[in-house]
Design a protein around this ligand. Structure first.
Ligand code: ADP
Ligand code: MG
Length: 391
């Protein structure tokens, strides 16, 4: 995976001064959503708590079926929570019909009206929001301008490409000047190249709307990293981790988040000793240095002798000569050239059940079976608690 530039990230606090969490733009308070009845009832959302500050962008990231769209629908008013409340600003909207919530919603399938021209599609929500007739034209023009579609007002949806249709759908959501914008996998239907271009446009849009809170649903970690001030990771109807993108990337609180966010190696290890945030751990027959995060809430105890996981990204590891001091001995089991880099899979001596992936620059010439040395740079890895059952 390419390195992600986290230095340019716009922190919510940079834009707005102190974030006012006393009146979040979005609040989910112990929301539970159930589909089906009786024995077939399943929780699509369980004990879901989330606050989004005014102007903040939060990504809901998780695999398919984890409850991301359900959370968004509960906020938009398309599904009714079995319990809990959703609030916009200070107002409880749990029982308010969708049209009264004043939220902009963009979905994967665009959902444009096929028989309406672009300008009428964009104007659609304005009527139910009682925007004076004389203001409709300028508001539509403003929204189309924001997404770079000013020249397309008279077209029908079928006369537009997928990317253009999605821009119109975004313009329609923006026309009501919402304080809250919900986007559910808005790029998923686009091909890879267009997705990249649209991601840049969404970043610009986010920066152009510093007062609009955004909830951005995606299963794609690169979209979440590119757009979100904070990422909420979901699994099986629950929120598992939430933090800034940078913190989740650098110090994943759980093996699930580490694997989902960054394609990380999670290598079983034993903690030897910890001094401050620095740990000595045993991996196979070797002793390595790793980062031992100290959580704000003192939950994790890196007790000497305890089992943990060492999270290491493939691009931080180095292939060296087998004779090199401190190198782990390994054999190459596969070699996949990806253009700018080659992904090697290694079987490491003493770690029979943990193949380790390493990215080396360019087109590496290592055949399967080739013996190599594996070097862990100082503090290349960060400790993660071993999941229940593995301890
Ligand atoms: P995600 O958006 O993360 O892919 P969803 O929120 O769409 O997940 O779905 C969460 C769970 O709820 C899944 O198990 C899904 O099959 C189920 N589900 C979603 N919508 C319905 C529905 N209308 N009726 C029954 N089950 C549903
Ligand atoms: Mg979904």
């Amino acid at each position: 995976m390419a390195d992600v530039d986290l230095t340019k990230r716009r922190a919510a606090t940079d834009v707005h001064g102190a974030v006012d969490y006393s009146a979040p733009a979005i609040t989910f308070d112990r929301v539970r959503v159930t589909y089906g009845r009786g024995k077939k009832a399943t929780d699509a959302l369980s004990d879901f708590n989330l606050r989004v500050a005014p102007g903040e962008t939060v990504a809901l990231l998780g695999p398919s079926g984890s409850g991301k769209s359900t959370a968004l629908k509960a906020l938009a008013g398309f599904v009714r929570p079995a319990s809990g409340t959703v609030r916009l600003g200070g107002t409880d909207v749990t029982d308010l019909p969708p049209a009264k919530r004043g939220i902009g919603v963009v979905v994967q399938s665009y959902a444009l009206f096929p028989h309406m021209r672009v300008r009428d599609n964009v104007a659609f929500g304005l009527k139910s929001h009682r925007v004076p007739r004389n203001d409709v034209g300028p508001r539509v023009a403003e929204a189309l301008e924001m997404v770079g579609m000013s020249g397309y007002a008279a077209r029908l949806p079928r006369e537009l490409s997928g990317g253009q249709q999605q821009r119109v759908a975004i313009a329609r959501a923006l026309a009501i000047r919402p304080k809250v914008l919900l986007l559910d996998e808005p790029l998923a239907a686009l091909d890879a190249q267009l997705r990249q271009a649209m991601l840049g446009e969404l970043q610009r849009l986010r920066d152009a709307l510093p007062d609009t809170a955004m909830l951005y649903v995606t299963h794609d970690q690169s979209e979440a990293l590119a757009l979100a001030d904070r990422i909420a990771v979901m699994r099986d109807a629950r929120l598992v981790d939430i933090d800034t993108a940078e913190n989740l990337w650098k110090r994943p609180p759980s093996s699930f988040t580490a694997a989902f966010l960054g394609g990380a190696n999670l290598i079983p290890c034993t903690v030897n000793r910890v001094i401050g945030t620095s740990a000595l751990v045993t991996v196979g027959q070797s002793t390595l240095n790793a980062e031992a995060p100290q959580p704000a809430i003192g939950k994790v105890d890196w007790a000497p002798g305890s089992a943990a996981l060492l999270c290491v990204r493939p691009h931080t590891l180095q292939i060296v000569a087998t004779s090199e001091r401190d190198a782990l001995r390994a054999n190459v089991t596969s070699n996949v050239w990806r253009g700018a880099s080659t992904r090697l899979t290694l079987a490491v001596d003493g770690l029979p059940d943990s193949p380790i992936e390493v990215d080396v620059a360019g087109q590496a010439q290592f055949d399967s079976g080739h013996a190599v040395g594996l070097h862990f740079p100082e503090q290349a890895g960060v400790l993660i608690e071993a999941p229940e059952g593995a301890r």
